[in-house]
Design a protein around this ligand. Sequence first.
Ligand SMILES: NC(=O)c1ccc[n+]([C@@H]2O[C@H](COP(=O)([O-])OP(=O)(O)OC[C@H]3O[C@@H](n4cnc5c(N)ncnc54)[C@H](O)[C@@H]3O)[C@@H](O)[C@H]2O)c1
Ligand SMILES: O=P(O)(O)OC[C@H]1O[C@H](O[C@H]2[C@H](O)[C@@H](O)[C@@H](O)O[C@@H]2CO)[C@H](O)[C@@H](O)[C@@H]1O
Ligand SMILES: [Mn+2]
Length: 442
Amino acid sequence: MNLKETKITIVGGGSTWTPGILKAMTRYKESLSFKEIVLYDINEERQRHIGEFGKLLFNELCPDVKFEYTTDKELAYKNADYIFCQMRTGGYKMRELDEKIPLEEGVIGQETCGAGGFAYGLRSLRDMIEMVEDVRKYSKDAWILNYTNPAAIVAYGLTKKFKEDKRILNICDQPINMLMSIGKILGVDEQSLEPSYFGLNHFGWFTGLYNKDGQDLLPELKEKILQKGFSPKDAEQRDKSWLDTYALVEDMVRDFPEYVPSTYVQYYLYPEYKTKKLDPKYTRANEVINGREKRVFEECDNAVKAGTTLGSNVVHNDAHGEMIVEIADTIHNNKEKTYIVMVENNGIVSNLPKDAIVEVACVLGNRGPIPFHVGEIDVFYKGLLENQYGYERLTVEAFFEGSYTKALQALTLNRTIVDAKKARRILDRLIKANKAYWPELK
Ligand SMILES: NC(=O)c1ccc[n+]([C@@H]2O[C@H](COP(=O)([O-])OP(=O)(O)OC[C@H]3O[C@@H](n4cnc5c(N)ncnc54)[C@H](O)[C@@H]3O)[C@@H](O)[C@H]2O)c1
Ligand SMILES: O=P(O)(O)OC[C@H]1O[C@H](O[C@H]2[C@H](O)[C@@H](O)[C@@H](O)O[C@@H]2CO)[C@H](O)[C@@H](O)[C@@H]1O
Ligand SMILES: [Mn+2]
């Protein structure tokens, strides 16, 4: 075990996901040997609710750890060893517009896919670049583990901007969440499965699931999905929209039986069907504002009022918190475990561009992720991914160059839009809505 004492900072301390991360951290205190935890956010009021909950939690479970929450960058980033980042530029108010504007124009309105993800990407990039610069000013060797969405765009943009920085790792909880559900369907512990997987973030496929004997359980999984459908492991705690999203995995396996896709692939394969199903008057942002956000803040406040976190039910999705903490632990202790994370392609998928940010299985240790080779992918997958790569790249270039033309090209290329006149209408509305956040596009 690596005994170096560590400091961990959570950026976006006021996030609805922070309590889950903090709870997971309490289980890794010895292994990660942290002595200091700091929450950092630009919204003092919002963070205070989570910060007070965290203070109580650490006081009860790890009293020798210094726990603070702050809006001061120096305090947050100085001498930090691990930065866990999960910020949302513009908050849920802007997420609502990301989802509603495209839907009003008759195309997918979603947090990370299509025009919504594009709008969110142009907002996130500005703040994420600033965050990396701030962190590097105070802690040049800290590992930055990033959840901030749209992770595909953020990862591509940060990789272009900070070419030499090998300690930024972009991660997503979707593959592990899916693996947990897969484990339940197969009746095996998901930890015992070695996945093979390729794609871009929120656009990928499981191509193999090997048990300890080296047997591939993917064929059995596909059979079971076709017989009984696909639902999340924690179905009883899920909002309806996520249950609907999981359910469509069955359709995708029926239509394209080679692999098992990420749930997000449905936005690209069935854009017309999905658009009809989504309600432009009440989107996922509304569901979250009235559900998770309300519940997390109320439950944090209730614990603080009660003076104890014991018995508090604030954590809703263990996998999310567990994943980022486990990844830090794996790096810290050079555990060389397998995770599906984002890395620069550089030939991993040999027929996709080298600078694409792919999501693949990697062995993770203190040198960072070491990817498993994928090789050539078939024409259908290559076509889909090459198209999405073009969209992601043009989005990032539009941001860096302030280019309206590249923004229009990006949206036109996106499979959820296609029509250039529609793309222009959506782009013009998004420009107005995002005036406070985007670079000027000329
Ligand atoms: N990669 C994944 O798989 C994954 C999974 C879940 C959530 N996420 C992402 O995590 C983030 C948080 O999600 P949420 O739903 O809890 O949102 P949230 O709005 O509840 O939390 C985000 C927090 O970030 C803060 N913030 C905004 N701009 C900031 C900045 N520049 N610096 C520091 N803090 C800032 C906000 O004040 C807020 O407290 C989002 O980007 C979301 O998309 C990613
Ligand atoms: O709509 P939200 O705010 O609840 O979630 C958005 C995030 O969704 C993903 O996380 C999923 C997970 O992948 C899925 O399998 C399921 O279990 O629920 C999680 C969220 O509730 C996604 O990976 C993130 O990038 C999104 O931010
Ligand atoms: Mn994700």
